[in-house]
Design a protein around this ligand. Structure first.
Ligand code: CP
Ligand code: NVA
Length: 329
């Protein structure tokens, strides 16, 4: 593994920037090569098993967290992760900077780049992240946009790899809204050779651009990524069943309609019984209990949701190190 990591990383930990560039961002899992994706998972696993070996590696570094939407897991794991690595997080709530309202996005980004070493951003449009990345020479991290949730999908595949011992050839069923989490899972499947079947009502499919790109990215390792309408078609024979809220942050005005359209997309014990006997249940959380998942499934013995949540910490630390870690030279 050491030789492979040397080729991928600048110094011990930092992902190599593209020629002519000085930094990497993490805006979309599509931008990681298959080898980089796998190395990031290995790094997260290593950091989970031996946290003491990584203490202090980001001493003196500062992470700004711009959050335009609420968060429990993402905020806490970034803050705790940065502190465990010796660095310092600064949380900026929506009202603190009023991104794009008090000040245009590029001015916020250019100012921050003079003071901090990296910025994680939870926002609505993916374009805001791309603009911030283009305007600065510091790494910008996608802490969730309407389009993608890369840190979540990384933690999810790390969890699956731990539970199932492999990723290639596993069958993951996603039931519900073709949202940011579904999009990121399609990208993660493409990078790992995991099959993904997404069951969603017509009109709520994953973003066509992300989905088509993921299918192309999946070709080298044979992952099949498909969309179906019937939950049973996706779940039958699956190794893992995943769901997320029917109404994502920012869509609250659609909640009533969505409850109707998604009524048949609840993961309950009857649906779980169609999956393999050892199938696990997954959810990025927060869950809307009684909507997309029943209490008995969420709290049941097959649920790995808290393992996913724990792995958000290890993945956040791996990403911070891969973007900021000191090159050895
Ligand atoms: N899964 C996740 O991103 O949770 P938060 O919205 O609480 O950060
Ligand atoms: N799809 C959800 C994920 C929350 C972590 C949302 O965007 O609200």
């Amino acid at each position: 593994m050491a030789h492979m990591l040397d080729a991928l990383f600048l110094g011990r930990w930092r992902l190599r920037p593209a020629p002519g560039h000085t930094k990497r961002d993490l805006l979309s899992l599509h931008n990681l090569t298959i080898a980089e994706f796998s190395a990031l998972l290995d790094l997260a696993e290593e950091m989970k098993q031996h946290p003491e070996s990584f203490q202090g590696l980001l001493t003196g570094r500062t992470l700004a967290l711009i959050f335009e939407k609420p968060s429990l897991r993402t905020r806490v794991t970034f803050e705790v992760g940065m502190v465990q690595l010796g660095g310092h997080p600064i949380y900026l709530a929506p009202a603190d900077i009023a991104l794009g309202k008090r000040e245009v996005v590029k001015d916020v980004a250019r100012n921050l780049a003079r003071w901090v070493n990296t910025v994680a951003v939870r926002t609505f449009s993916q374009h805001i992240l791309e603009e911030m990345a283009g305007e600065t020479n510091i790494p910008i991290i996608n802490a969730l946009s309407d389009l993608l949730h890369p840190l979540q999908a990384l933690a999810d595949v790390l969890t699956l790899r731990e539970v199932k011992g492999r990723l290639r050839g596993l069958r993951l069923a996603y039931v519900g809204d073709g949202n940011n989490v579904a999009n990121a899972l399609a990208q993660a499947a493409a990078k790992t050779g995991m099959h993904l079947s997404i069951a969603t009502p017509r009109g709520y499919e994953p973003a066509a651009s992300v989905f088509m790109q993921a299918r192309v990215d999946a070709l080298p390792n044979g992952a099949q990524i498909s969309v179906v309408q019937e939950p049973a078609d996706a779940v039958s024979g699956a190794d893992a069943v995943y769901t997320d809220v029917w109404t994502s942050m920012g869509q609250e005005h659609e909640a009533r309609d969505r409850k109707k359209f998604f009524a048949n997309y609840q993961v309950d014990s009857a649906l779980m019984s169609l999956a393999k006997p050892d199938a696990v249940f997954m959810h990025c959380l927060p869950a809307h209990r009684g909507d997309e998942v029943t209490d008995d499934v969420l709290d049941g013995p097959r649920s790995v949701v808290l393992e996913q949540a724990e792995n958000r910490l290890h993945v956040a630390k791996a990403v911070l190190l891969a973007l900021l870690g000191e090159p050895r030279v």
